[in-house]
Design a protein around this ligand. Structure first.
Ligand SMILES: Cc1ncc(COP(=O)(O)O)c(C=O)c1O
Length: 376
């Protein structure tokens, strides 16, 4: 077995294998659809929401949330600049305009004051991201949303099990989406879930995700042109087993972070993920932001880790800086405005955070980092 340390990967037990095998062998005829239904029910219970809709990805969930809220051309949606492009791309799918707001220095999530400054008469929704398992200040974001009549679409892709004021990530927006990509805390290989307490939005999403068939339609009479977004049953079976292990999987993430925190506690100039007092961070990716004085920008640090057999990833680039947004007016404004995103991103690196990472591997990463920085 390679002694290379991977950046991410799931925890799969006999339970996942048994469920997937049963779905593949028996999930047809009278049992067709059983695993997606069971996965949705147990996931909704776990998050504490009324409805959960299993999907092929989180990206499709964000697309459905936006389309379900009738957001389209002429509308603006505010996203944090520092996130994965999947948070913003669906805004473009529905023809609306992406507005990039800055992040908070400590949580690395959407900053409420920056959101306030981005609001115009065209703003329809705020799309906060629970970055790397951390959460933004939802009290402040909800106050702004209420004041301006905006919806909150929570991108909880990276935050399964995280909490704000005792409420789980996914229950903090009007609608929220999760990712079960192979790198995530729960996996189904590829997959996603949309969750909401809103009956009307749920009904709309169910129609949009099934080629515009009204719920209960058995005559195959589509009433509009829409999408086809469903999770395959074998994937849902793996997801069901992962929810059953929710406490264990989330505890594992927190334990890994704690190992890193202890191992790097005495290294000056490194800031790891933050956990404000009223929140629970599930540390999807343990992330280190280095003091620029150390003179180790993320790209250079990744090359050095790679030479030592350690995989890493760059902290997200501000999405307004990506070539994908060249020539877009909102991106040009954001490049000048979002000082915190642009200041932190060059110095941030995701450290190995796989579900099966061992204590010894974390010690190796920490020792390697010290050596690279010239501290040992
Ligand atoms: C913040 C964020 N949003 C959305 C997504 C998209 O998830 P998926 O790949 O399941 O579409 C991801 C996945 O990497 C993500 O990290």
């Amino acid at each position: 077995m390679s002694d290379r340390i991977p950046i991410a990967g799931p925890s799969i037990t006999q339970r996942e294998i048994d469920c997937a095998t049963d779905a593949a062998a028996n999930g047809w005829y009278e049992r067709a659809g059983e695993y997606p239904r069971r996965f949705e029910k147990s996931f909704a219970e776990y998050i504490g929401v009324k409805h959960a809709v299993s999907l092929p990805s989180c990206t499709s969930g964000l697309h459905l949330a936006l389309a379900g809220l009738s957001i389209g051309p002429g509308d603006e949606v505010i996203v944090p600049d520092l996130t994965w492009i999947a948070s913003a791309a669906p805004i473009t799918y529905v023809g609306a305009t992406v507005v990039f707001a800055d992040i908070d220095e400590c949580t690395w999530c959407l900053d409420a004051e920056s959101v306030r400054a981005c609001i115009t008469e065209n703003t329809k929704a705020i799309l906060p991201v629970d970055l790397y398992g951390g959460v933004p200040d939802y009290t402040a974001l909800r106050a702004i949303a209420d004041e301006h009549g905006l919806k909150i679409i929570e991108d909880a892709a990276e935050a399964i099990g995280s909490e704000f004021d005792g409420r789980k990530a996914g229950s903090l927006g009007d609608v929220a989406t999760f990712s079960f990509h192979g790198s995530k805390t729960f996996t189904t290989g590829e997959g996603g879930m949309l969750v909401t307490d809103d009956d009307e939005l749920h009904a709309r999403v169910m129609q949009l995700r099934d080629h515009g068939r009204e719920p209960g339609d058995i005559q195959f009479k589509n009433t509009e042109v829409a999408f086809k977004y469903k999770m395959p049953p074998v994937a849902a079976a793996i997801g069901l087993a992962q929810v059953e292990r929710a406490e264990e999987l989330v505890a594992r993430k927190r334990e890994t972070f704690e190992w890193y925190r202890e191992a790097l506690a005495d290294v000056e100039g490194i800031t790891l993920n933050h956990e404000p007092a009223n929140t629970k961070n599930t540390f999807w990716m343990v992330t280190a932001v280095l003091d620029p004085m150390l003179e180790w920008p993320k790209e250079k640090l990744m090359v050095a880790f790679d030479a030592e057999g350690i995989d890493s990833r760059p902290m997200f680039h501000p999405i307004s800086s990506l070539p994908a947004y060249d020539g877009q007016a909102e991106a040009a404004v954001a490049r000048k405005r979002n000082a915190v995103s642009y200041r932190l991103s060059p110095w941030g690196i995701n450290l190995p955070s796989a579900m099966n990472l061992t204590y010894e591997q974390v010690q190796r990463v920490a020792e390697t980092l010290r050596r690279i920085l010239g501290l040992s």
